[in-house]
Design a protein around this ligand. Structure first.
Ligand SMILES: *Cc1c(COP(=O)(O)O)cnc(C)c1O
Length: 427
């Protein structure tokens, strides 16, 4: 029944004199009128605040933003201006980060299957380091250096055999994983030894990342212990512990603070005498809460004795997480963000699938009506970045708001954008 928990809203969320939700001093109804619906609204102050919390907790140069959570040039510049490095996992992410003006020396490169072209782009640009993920990749680097490309700094990704308590699709630290070199079966040590002796790579550290949206810092602490024990005798410049720090998506959820996470992993490292720069790669925890998505209600269908469907003008193309992982969110009306929500409904999108659900078990105000603007909080991570053009639906715009001003950082797609890559020539 209760309203959306204010703690789930971006830091500068407020209420306008007419009762509407404001973010960054901007009236959400006016934002929808000006920029169209649906719309991602990011609170720039919230983003900066979270970046600062991370740097305060881990230290300057020790926080790397995992750009896959949400990437555009404005975001890359914002994170870099707050003192973060940027982590990219594909040639495409590298391209966007470089296009934003972030120096290659502040970019780290991941990926479990990097192509030769992606490795060349990273090596020639001179990235901070490449996180090597397989023996085949090492072979590829050998060949590229032999062909004249510059020797890269590398970090070896280790799979520590620690299972994260999260959805199976985003658990990556267990033995049965496509990522990294297995610690238990000796592959990790073989990879580290090979990199140490190699003339084609400069080994600067080791890395692990056990999964995403982890609520139990204990799991992150255990992975840190395993890694620290392995890394201490190597005494390499960096030890990267990935991320995984979860965020609260629905009322009542609680997540560890950045500070608590730092205490747990830094203590684990200190206790075994690690002297390396302990580095983390948060994605979700930096950007998820900073954004809300605004949608417009198009139809409401009451099926007596079954359920009520509230359909909005977006769906799995702007937020695939409910379909992929069964993720839960809250929803509310932008004109009455603190209203009681007695109406039980399922909020769905406009795609041609029954799986196209935004809120499985939504609570909404009783007077929710066609034309209302609905907001879903905590949609800043893995929504826009995982979006698609399914059903040839054009993707929403993204605006940054701060101190009463708004600016478009990703413009809404047009129908003509759908034809940009579509070739209709005769043979
Ligand atoms: C996805 C990913 C991250 C970020 O994870 P979050 O849980 O979003 O913080 C960090 N490092 C690596 C290697 C990743 O794949």
């Amino acid at each position: 029944m209760t309203a959306v928990d204010r703690a789930l809203l971006p830091a500068t969320a407020g209420t306008a004199t007419d009762g509407w939700l404001t973010i960054g001093g901007c009236h959400t109804g006016e934002l929808i009128e000006r920029y169209g619906s649906p719309l991602f609204v990011y609170d720039e102050d919230d983003l900066r605040g979270r970046c600062r919390e991370a740097v305060d907790a881990f230290g300057q140069g020790r926080v790397v933003y995992a750009t896959k959570a949400f990437l555009c040039r404005a975001m890359a510049r914002l994170a870099h201006s707050e003192g973060l490095l940027l982590d990219v996992a594909t040639g495409g992410e590298l391209h966007v980060a470089l296009a934003a003006g972030v120096p290659a020396s502040d970019i780290t490169v991941h990926g479990n299957n990097k192509s030769a072209a992606e490795l060349i782009a990273a090596m020639d640009a001179g990235v901070a380091y490449i996180v090597v993920d397989s023996f085949d990749e090492m072979d590829r680097i050998d060949a590229l250096v032999a062909a004249g490309h510059r020797v890269p700094r590398v970090v070896v990704r280790v799979t520590p055999g620690v299972a994260a308590h999260t959805h199976a699709y985003i658990a990556t630290g267990q033995d049965d994983s496509k990522f990294g070199f297995n610690l238990g079966n000796g592959d990790a040590h073989r990879a580290i030894t090979r990199a140490e002796r190699s003339a084609t790579m400069e080994l600067v550290g080791t890395h692990c990342h056990i999964g995403s949206n982890v609520f139990d810092v204990g799991g992150l602490g255990r992975a840190a212990e395993v890694m620290a024990t392995m890394a201490a005798p190597l005494d390499l410049p960096v030890l990267v512990l990935g991320s995984g720090l979860g965020v609260a998506y629905v009322n009542g959820e609680e997540t560890p603070s950045m500070r608590r996470w730092a205490d747990v992993v830094l203590d684990a490292c200190a206790s075994v005498g690690v002297r390396s720069a302990v580095t983390v790669e948060p994605g979700r925890a930096l950007v998820a809460r900073a954004a809300i998505t605004l949608y417009t209600v198009g139809t409401i269908k009451h099926i007596p004795g079954v359920r009520t469907y509230v359909a909005v003008d977006g769906g799995m193309s702007d937020n695939p997480r409910p379909v992929l992982y069964g993720s839960g969110y809250e929803g509310g009306l932008a004109r009455a963000p603190d209203a009681e929500r007695p109406l039980e409904a399922r909020v769905v999108g406009k795609h041609c699938e029954s799986g196209d659900v935004i809120l499985h078990e939504a609570r909404l105000p009783a007077d929710t009506a066609v034309g209302d603007v609905l907001f879903t909080p905590v949609t800043g991570a893995y929504g826009q970045s995982m979006g698609s053009n399914y059903n040839r639906v054009t993707r929403p715009g993204v605006v940054f708001v701060s101190e009463g001003r708004s600016r478009v950082v990703v413009r809404r797609e047009t129908y003509d954008d759908l034809l940009l890559t579509d070739i209709d020539d005769d043979y």
